[in-house]
Design a protein around this ligand. Sequence first.
Ligand code: NAD
Length: 519
Amino acid sequence: MSTLNAEAQQKLQQLMASFGLRTDAERTPLSNWIDGDLVAGDGDTVELTNPATGESLIDYRDAGPALLGQAVEAATRAQVEWMALTASERGRRMNAAVRRLEGHEEDLAQLESIVAGKPIRDCRGEVGKVREMFEYYAGWCDKQHGEVIPVPTSHLNYVRHVPFGVVGQITPWNAPMFTCAWQLAPAIAAGNGVVLKPSELTPFSSVVIARLLEGGGLPKGLINIVNGLGPTTGAALTDHDAIAKLVFVGSPDSGRLIAEAGARRLIPSVLELGGKSANIVFDDARIDDAVAGAQAAIFAAAGQSCVAGSRLLIQRDIFDVVVERVGRAASRIAVGLPADDATRMGPLQNAGQFARVTGMIERARAAGARVVTGGGRPDGLPAGADGYYLAPTVIADVDASMEIACEEIFGPVVVAMPFDDEADAVRLANATRFGLAGAVWTQDPARAHRVAGQLRAGTVWINSYKAINVMSPFGGFGDSGFGRSSGLDGLREYTVPQSVWVETGAEASVAMGYGDGRA
Ligand code: NAD
């Protein structure tokens, strides 16, 4: 084993022990948070690989249906307790809960950096988002007013926004702490209990977050984290009778399975899926900004971001210069070890993703595309860094029908394609079954709004990229999913409107059928 991996293993063990996720007598990590307790799984062993070295990091055991059942039971009981509190008390407790992360942020960031292979500076930023999301949604607890509807009868008709009960959440590996807090916070602010299954590849940070939060006064069992594989623990969650809504963040293929499971049980789902976002640069754009934007759009998080700007559409007369400049900027990105403060881009997270991305690059080459920069292993990595590293890659001479121009890559690879005019840009941008995000770079404000308005994407940036905040609704069209997260829209996904009719006339008048307009 490389020294690098031995050090990572040791550091991870230390961090897990400091958070109480110590191993049990059989050296199995306590990888679940169920009913206020850390519990080891007892199903099949899940082995995690160090993304930076490609060597074995740690293993844990799948939770499976029995533990999942205990988690649902706990959430069902705790949800009643939670709703018995006043709305303002729920808000106060959410604020108190998230303050329990104070003093643990750095350790949490380091734990995630080792397991996810993400640069430590990105992980520190992600921990900050956990706090932001809880504080934002804590503020909503006592502001979920209902409405009074001016019905044309003598009734007082009011609408309350009531929780579903227990919701099931499933998250991916690319931003585990962000997605965990992104969905936990509105779910409990709306009054629900939660069972969340993180990706099997990044299981621990959500457990640590839930454990720390509960110390802040959330009822025992309100938040439960169960870890395991999709087809076992994940399917047990989606199929459980007491789960009233599913919220899924992940790939379109799994999203389809989750929506099907929901449909079988006639429960609703929210799907936050992948993307193939277009980043459009017009020839009147400030080129320096557009180049910086293109770089951040695709190479942040090594491209493992749902909103990655993986299609760079450039007006033909500036195509060569922009491609050359984005390529040059890409080759200067500091690719390195996740633990290193100077690292701006780390490895891909796992072997499957690495094989997928490199396979797509090879097939694009074979189909005649030109690799402008990158395309292989970056130079200058330290000894032992034999994991899933791929240099920032820019690809040109791409036909819009090629796999690399159509499929989500989820890696540090951007395809550059020229367009002739506004109509051509919009046509190319929308020529995808995805619809998550997009951007327009131009100094003409009228054009910016005109083009933004024609993009079939849930989020559009003008002279910007990746500006995302918990206050603003987020979600997709088409294969990027349905439903919304963040903001009031995200909160409303966790409630059901209940319409209450109260007769205010001197005497009740109950009509048979629709006849007299009173019923
Ligand atoms: P994935 O679909 O492989 O896995 C996501 C989760 O689904 C994991 O927890 C997995 O265990 C679970 N799962 C898989 N099969 C299941 C089943 N049959 N039943 C229940 N659960 C099951 O996705 P991934 O590879 O972890 O993540 C990458 C994908 O996530 C990309 O497509 C990316 O764009 C997308 N993503 C979307 C957003 C968004 O907000 N739109 C955010 C982050 C990532």
